[in-house]
Every structure is written in C-alpha cells, then in structure tokens.
Design a protein around this ligand. Structure first.
Ligand SMILES: [Zn+2]
Length: 561
C-alpha cells in the first residue's frame, strides 16, 4: 500500500492500493445527507456504495468533512470546512457566503450554500468564484486528490426542495454538478459504467403538455374573458403590428375572429378554442398530455391563504366528456390540472375522482393550476393517489427550477415522482412575465434544447389550450420549437410514459464482484410501450476516453469495464 505523500513530507491516510480496485464509487457523507446521496445517484446512475472504512476504492467521493479515513486512487473531497488535508497541503481555506457564481471552463453555475476558497501552495484547480479558486488538485504518484470547496449534497438538497431562483433558471446546475464528476473520472483515466437519462439511441425525452384553463370561447358571454379577448384581438393586435411584434396575416386572422364572435356564440361558426383538435393538427401524431380542470368556478386557496376569483375555470372535466372520449388514444394522456390538491389530500382525491369518472384512470398525474405548491404538497399528492406531479417550474421564467430536467423523487414520499416543467408559453410571452418577442423566445428555447441534447432528461413543454388560436396565435413559435426539438432523435412521450420510463430506470440495479472487472446490470423488463435504456462504459484508451453504448431492455446483462 502506498501512502499519500503531501508537501512537507507529511502523509494523510488517503492511500492507494496496488491491488485491483473496486469498480464503484465509495461515498462518505453526513448522516443527514444520505437521502440526497441516494437521489443524486438515481440522477447520475452509476455504481456506488456508502464507503466502508478500511476498504480500498478506485474513486472516493467524500462529503462528510472527514476525508482522511478512506482509501482511494481518485479522491473527490467536497466540503467547506478546513480539513487536515488542507493543512498538510498548505492550503489556506477562506469562507465565501453563498450564493456564489462558480466559473468552470466555459460554464458558470451557482452555489447556493457556503463555499470555501483555497490559496497557498497547492496546484490550482478549475473552479473559480471571481479570482478566488474554490478547488485544488494534488497528485501523488498515480493517486489524485481533487478538493472541491462546497457541500455537494447540501446543494442537491437545496435544488430538489427550494429550487433555483428565477435569476438562475436557465442553468442546469444539478446536471453540471454531475458533469464535473464525470470530467474528473474521465481526466483521471477511471473506467466506469453509467445509464444516461435518455433512452437508447435517443438524445432526450420530450413531453408536449397542455394546461387546459379554458375550453371553448362559446362558454363566455359578456364576461371578463370575452371582453379581454375582444380588446386584445382588436386594439391590442393593432398595437402589436405597429410595434413589429405580430405579422399582418395573424392580425387579420384575429380581427376576423373577433368579427365572427356573434356567429360563434350562436353556434353558427366553429368555436376557435378547441385545444384537442388544434394540437392534434399541430403535433401530427406525437404524444400529447392535457391537464384538465376538475371543478368549474372553483378558485381554491393560494399558498398565501388568499382566494383569487380569477383562478376559477369556466368548465370542468365532466362537461367535456364527449370531447375527451373523441380525442382518446394511445398517444393522448389526460391528467388533472389541480385546484386544491396541492394543500389537501382529500381535495386531491376529489379532483382525481372527477378525471377517473370520465377516463377510468385510477392513478393519473397532476399539475397544479397556477403552479401552486408547498413543502407539504408531495406527501398530500401521493396520499391522494396521484402517480406523478409536473408542477416544478416557473410562471415567469423557463429552465430548471430543480437544476435538472430529469424526473426525480420528491422528498417525503415513497415513490411519488416529479416531472419538472421546462418551458411554458405564458412565461415567455406575457408582458408582465418575460415579455419576449418570438425571436428572443426561440433563442431561449434553443439554449434549453441544446442542454437536453447534452444531458438528456425530459424536456417538458407547456403550451396552453388556446395558444394556437386567436388572439394569442403562438402557433408559429410552437412549430419552430417542435422543429428544433425534432432536429435529432427524440422520444416524444406522454408525461405518464416519461415518468414510467424514469421509474423503470430507477429500478435498474448494478452488482459487482470484488476484484472482478465485470459489472452485472439487472432490472425487470419494462412495459412494451417504453424504450430500452442505454448502458455506457467509459474506458480510457491511450489518452482518449472511449464511450461504448449498449442497449439494455431489462433482465440481466454483464459488462466488462
Ligand atoms: Zn392553469
């Protein structure tokens, strides 16, 4: 056994064995962080175990502020407290108060909790906050120590519970935490297997979803909605044309729509708010999910305890039964657009029952109307019987509230999963939200699609029920977005299918034998409508890293690292 020799001739107990190493990551973490460790390694799906004292690991991820007790070739030592390693490395540890923007090569990502800076004799690393280094690296023979000055699992906990503020919405922070570890493994020449967050031969998963807040303009006579429509469809449209924010052909369509209103209301012309028909035409057979309001005119209660009458919807699921039945099919999912389910399991049960009465689904998904949510919502929604939630997003931004677009388990639940919402039309276009014009909106969306190509995950788009129709007419932008998504191989799934696929990925287990280069991968066979997963073995070949991909469709498979 070799000892880790540090400058000044001291040595710590991080040491390297000349024998064959464990082909998994040993993780040392604080007791309180263990649930977040488990969740982190569902997102970065690679073999790991809680580090056993005295056992040699090829890679050790230490985040328990006691790094000098375990044995590894590559030690990734996270934390903000000064450790004996730092003293022996003659690194001076400084304290930074978060949030801190960290620069890592071409990326910048935020640290929300505390961070540590390092100065002194140690070799500077790759992470900087301003001019301060927040990591350092040291090598001793073939062994590498990478000291990183933040608390990884506290960051993971923050992202998956509180979520990112709007200012950092477009940074896939959690994915960058994973990517940093990948880079460390690859640059250190470590072989490892991983199951990426995407099906085999697919770049990512895409869910086209639609919150149905209104259904048919014919339901509105002399109300605020109709007055708003008439105002925006006439004067508002003219202002848009003058400001160059709307082409003339769309403006003419709006004016004609307003002129035809009397005929529509009398039932003599087609109602132009028919979301099932409009989206079937626009999406051309791609899978689609509609979130439907269970109770008409019920405004519910907000997280601040207030009731806003405007939140009450003008229809309910039972009223549109015929439309639902006519649009049903294997590529269409109906789910609940919840009112009070976020705060009360009984209310959730009642809302679920309304959908079940029409579709027969016993365990549907839910997204809350106006994205209402609280710390207690996951437990309430699971108790009510929902399979998943898709509320984790922004009303006034696009991107990654949880720092990822992967499906994750919500804290405090047994098996309740969150399918985070990535892009919402009203967030992009409403003047009191992001207020973007179409070109700016596409630029933002393009960046998000590029992240999806890089990291996988589920890109969840929410285009509302009347966004293709007058007077919004956000259909061109929707088509541009679909074309951008469709430029690569993508699995278009309903929200429920996407959740099922990620649930199945979570069921995949690795097993390794001591001293063997083989990894066994096992999982139940997924249901037939779900695509296979992908096993990637990253292996150093000369100075390059080779990534070999194999298809995995359940049962068991053995890989050689
Ligand atoms: Zn809504």
């Amino acid at each position: 056994m070799r000892r880790w020799t540090l400058p000044g001739g001291c040595s710590t107990s991080i040491s390297v064995s000349a024998n064959a190493c464990q082909q998994l990551i040993g993780v040392a973490a604080k007791e309180a962080d263990l649930p977040w460790v488990a969740e982190f390694f569902e997102l970065f799906k690679t073999p790991w175990e809680l580090a056993v004292g005295g056992k040699h690991y090829r890679v050790l991820l230490s985040a328990d502020d006691q790094a000098d007790t375990v044995d590894a070739d590559l030690a990734l030592v996270y934390g903000t407290k000064e450790l004996s390693i730092d003293r022996r490395s003659r690194s001076v540890v400084g304290a930074l108060v978060g949030p801190v923007d960290v620069r890592w090569r071409d990326e910048t990502f935020p640290i929300y909790g505390r961070a540590a800076s390092f100065s002194g004799q140690a070799y500077r690393g790759v992470l900087f906050a301003g001019t301060a280094a927040i990591d350092y690296r040291q090598t001793s023979g073939a062994a590498i120590l990478h000291r990183i000055g933040y608390d990884l699992f506290e960051e993971v906990s923050y992202l998956l519970t509180r979520g990112q503020p709007r200012s950092h919405a477009e940074t896939p922070t959690l994915e960058l935490h994973i990517e940093l570890i990948r880079q460390c493994l690859q640059e250190s020449g470590v072989s490892y297997v991983e199951i990426p967050a995407r099906p085999y031969k697919c770049a990512f998963v895409c869910c086209l979803t639609h919150d149905v807040d209104f259904f048919g303009i014919r339901r509105h006579t002399a109300d605020r909605t109709l007055a708003g429509f008439a105002a925006r469809g006439t004067v508002g449209t003219l202002v848009d044309v003058v400001r160059g924010r709307r082409p003339l052909d769309e403006a003419i369509r709006n004016w004609l729509a307003v002129l035809s209103l009397p005929l529509v209301l009398l039932g003599l012309a087609r109602d132009f708010w028919q979301p099932f028909e409009d989206y079937a035409r626009a999406e051309q057979g791609k899978s689609s999910t509609f979130f439907l309001i269970p109770f008409k005119g019920q405004a519910g209660v907000g997280p601040d305890g207030a009731t806003r009458a405007l939140r009450g919807a003008p229809y309910n699921i039972r009223e549109i039964r015929t439309d639902i039945e006519a649009s049903s099919g294997p590529r269409t999912e109906f789910a609940v657009h919840g009112i009070d389910a976020w705060r009360d399991a009984d209310a959730g049960r009642a809302e679920l029952k309304e959908l079940a009465a029409v579709t027969g689904q016993q365990k549907p998904g839910i997204r809350m109307h106006w994205l209402y949510f609280s710390d207690h919502s996951p437990r309430q929604l699971e108790d009510a019987g929902f399979a998943y939630d898709s509320t984790c997003g922004y009303n006034d931004a696009v991107g990654y509230r949880a720092g990822t677009s992967q499906v994750f388990r919500l804290p405090g639940t047994q098996s309740f999963l969150e399918l985070p919402l990535t892009i919402m039309d009203s967030a992009l276009f409403y003047t009191d939200r992001m207020g973007l014009d179409r070109q700016e909106a596409m630029e933002r969306c393009r960046g998000i699609v590029q992240h999806a190509r890089r990291f996988g995950g589920a890109l969840v788009i929410d285009w509302h029920e009347r966004s293709l129709a007058p007077e919004r007419q956000w259909g061109r932008c929707y088509q541009d977005l679909l074309n951008e998504v469709h430029a690569g191989v993508v699995w278009f799934a309903t929200a429920g299918q996407a959740v099922d696929w990620f649930r199945w990925r979570r069921a995949i287990r690795f097993s390794l034998e001591e001293g063997s280069p083989h990894v066994h991968v096992e999982a139940p066979t997924p249901s037939p409508q779900l695509p296979a997963a992908c096993l990637i073995v990253h292996r150093p070949v000369g100075r390059q890293i080779e990534a070999e991909e194999t298809r995995f469709a359940g049962q068991s498979q053995t890989l050689r690292l």
